[in-house]
Design a protein around this ligand. Structure first.
Ligand SMILES: [Zn+2]
Length: 56
């Protein structure tokens, strides 16, 4: 039997971001004044930022 490599890294399209509080950040799509607006919201502390990267 060949050894199973544990180095298989698949590049996932969906990146996961986490808030400093430890909660997972989910993307939300809002409609405001007829425009589509994307918001990133932490599931735990309900903090919202424009981008998931802003949670650092
Ligand atoms: Zn949070």
């Amino acid at each position: 039997m060949a050894a199973v490599s544990k180095n298989s890294r698949s590049t996932s399209a969906t990146q996961r971001f986490y808030c400093p509080c430890g909660g997972e950040i989910k993307m939300k799509t809002l409609f405001e004044n007829g425009k589509v607006k994307n918001l990133a919201e932490c599931e735990k502390c309900k903090r919202t930022e424009r981008r998931p990267r802003d949670f650092v």
